[in-house]
Design a protein around this ligand. Structure first.
Ligand code: 4NP
Length: 176
């Protein structure tokens, strides 16, 4: 996925715009909006012109228009993050628009590969846990929806780790 990040940055640079990153999960009310909010906050330390364009989406539309799940918002607040994304379903055009599309678990990844309209689009798909450094045993970001509050904190710990490393890969020349 280092190569995917490099390619995403190269395409964005060639087009003279910030890189565009989409985080994807099932409901777009727990994991992917948390990843988006964490990454957005990490990127605030970058000069505004360098900041990536961030968004998140899900495959299940049952929560479209909703804020993130209250349990996730509360847990994220305890970790120092404010989440205000409104849930939306992933669109076919997302595969063209975004440079990097990051799924949370096996189901998201297989749904993304099924939905990708081209081989070029497939190459943009990455696995969030592959960015985790401090949790090398993590192979996916578990769905916390039916878990207790510990599950939400676990997801946030994994996402903070992965987003920190993603930031370093995106901007190796800056002091992250
Ligand atoms: P997420 O969690 O994919 O991390 O947003 C879920 C939220 C809602 C549902 C499933 C997963 N749901 O089935 O409603």
């Amino acid at each position: 996925m280092e190569k995917q990040v490099e390619k995403a940055m190269a395409i964005a640079a060639a087009e003279g715009r910030p890189v565009r990153i989409l985080f994807v999960c099932l409901g777009n009310i727990c994991r992917s909006p948390a990843a988006e909010g964490i990454m957005r906050q990490y990127c605030e330390k970058l000069p505004a012109a360098m900041r990536p364009e961030l968004d998140s989406a899900g495959f299940y539309g049952g929560h479209a228009g909703d804020l993130p799940d209250r349990r996730m918002r509360n847990a994220a607040f305890q970790h120092g993050f404010h989440l205000d994304h409104r849930s939306r379903v992933i669109r076919p055009s997302d595969f063209d628009y975004f440079d990097l599309i990051i799924g949370m678990d096996d189901r998201n990844l297989s749904d993304l590969y099924d939905a990708a309209p081209s081989v070029e689009a497939e190459k943009k798909i990455a696995r969030m846990s592959d960015f985790c450094v401090h949790y090398p045993e993590a192979h996916y970001i578990p769905d916390p929806y039916y878990d207790g509050i510990d599950g939400f904190h676990n997801v946030l710990n994994l996402l903070e780790d992965g987003c920190q490393h993603l930031l370093t890969l995106l901007y190796p020349e800056t002091d992250n």
